[in-house]
Design a protein around this ligand. Structure first.
Ligand code: HEC
Ligand code: HEC
Length: 237
């Protein structure tokens, strides 16, 4: 009997836990309700005349300064702080330093513009997204992108590398093979990038090369094509 009681209480407890976890889309709500004033990029962009501190700074700040009895209590307490602050902001509650607070002015209350449920979702998202781990990863990716030749960066960002590799066959022919075929003729590569193709190359099981003419600017098509044309010689991996 006791065993069953125990089981039931666990079930009840987990059900409650799940209920308190919001099903709303916190990321989307943050964009809609907060990004007018707070920059929400990770890592954040800062501007000369920004209206509010970047959201990453807000999240880091609150987690640093919030009073909590234990580490695991920090996030729930931080979420409560956000939910209260957005509706009832004040200079005395703000963790912003005096100078910044003067520059920005106290945040105007968002009462009536965001519901409690929405705020719960926003705050949960804030403290799961703006973390040191995610920041480090985002910076590592930015560094990787910054070091790449522009053409390779464009290939990564436009999803080319899900079908092509430089040296190996994937869904489509390797860029090296394409470069060889077109013998460095950049404008021919650019032309085929724009219009896409199917069945031109043998051995790819009728897979389709999508047309990119409407999705990628002419300038970027040229950069990509020049990079592909060179992949025959310079890029070795
Ligand atoms: C109209 C502009 C504006 C909007 C919209 C806005 N904020 Fe703010 N917010 C500010 C300003 C300015 C500050 C800095 C001054 C302060 O701390 O009150 C701030 C500060 C905060 C703080 C306190 C930071 C600290 O370090 O104590 C939190 C939390 C916060 N905002 C959350 C939000 C959330 C969540 C949303 C979206 C629901 C939002 N804000 C929408 C302008 C805005
Ligand atoms: C969905 C998979 C897919 C994606 C995404 C894709 N390709 Fe292709 N690509 C192919 C296939 C398959 C072929 C061979 C098509 C054929 O046989 O006509 C091909 C062929 C090509 C060719 C040779 C075309 C020709 O006319 O000879 C070039 C150049 C090329 N891709 C570049 C790119 C670039 C650059 C991107 C990103 C902007 C890209 N591809 C994205 C699958 C893809």
């Amino acid at each position: 009997m006791y065993r069953y009681m125990f089981l039931i209480s666990i079930l009840f407890f987990t059900a409650c836990e799940q209920k308190s976890h919001s099903n709303l889309n916190g990321k989307q709500l943050l964009e809609q309700k907060c990004s007018k004033c707070h920059n929400i990029d990770l890592p954040p962009k800062t501007f000369q005349d920004e209206k509010a501190p970047p959201m990453m700074a807000v999240a880091f700040h609150i987690k640093d300064f919030i009073k909590a009895s234990s580490e695991s209590d920090k996030i729930p307490k931080s979420i409560e702080f956000v939910k209260d602050y957005v509706i009832n902001p004040s200079a005395s509650k703000s963790f912003c330093d005096k100078k910044s607070l003067q520059e920005y002015g106290v945040m105007p209350s968002q009462k009536g513009k965001v519901t409690e449920d929405e705020l719960q979702a926003i705050a949960e998202y804030m403290f799961s997204h703006f973390t040191l781990k995610n920041l480090t990863e985002a910076q590592a990716l930015q560094n990787r992108l910054a070091k790449m030749p522009k053409g390779e960066r464009l290939a990564l960002q436009n999803g080319c590398l899900s079908c092509h590799k430089i040296n190996q066959e994937l869904v489509g022919p390797s860029f090296k093979k394409i470069a060889k075929h077109y013998e460095g003729n950049i404008s021919a590569i650019a032309k085929s990038l724009k219009s896409g193709s199917k069945g031109k190359w043998q051995g790819y099981r009728g897979a389709v090369m999508p047309a990119f003419g409407k999705r990628i600017s002419q300038k970027n098509i040229e950069t990509l094509s020049a990079w592909i044309a060179k992949s025959n010689k310079e890029i070795k991996r």
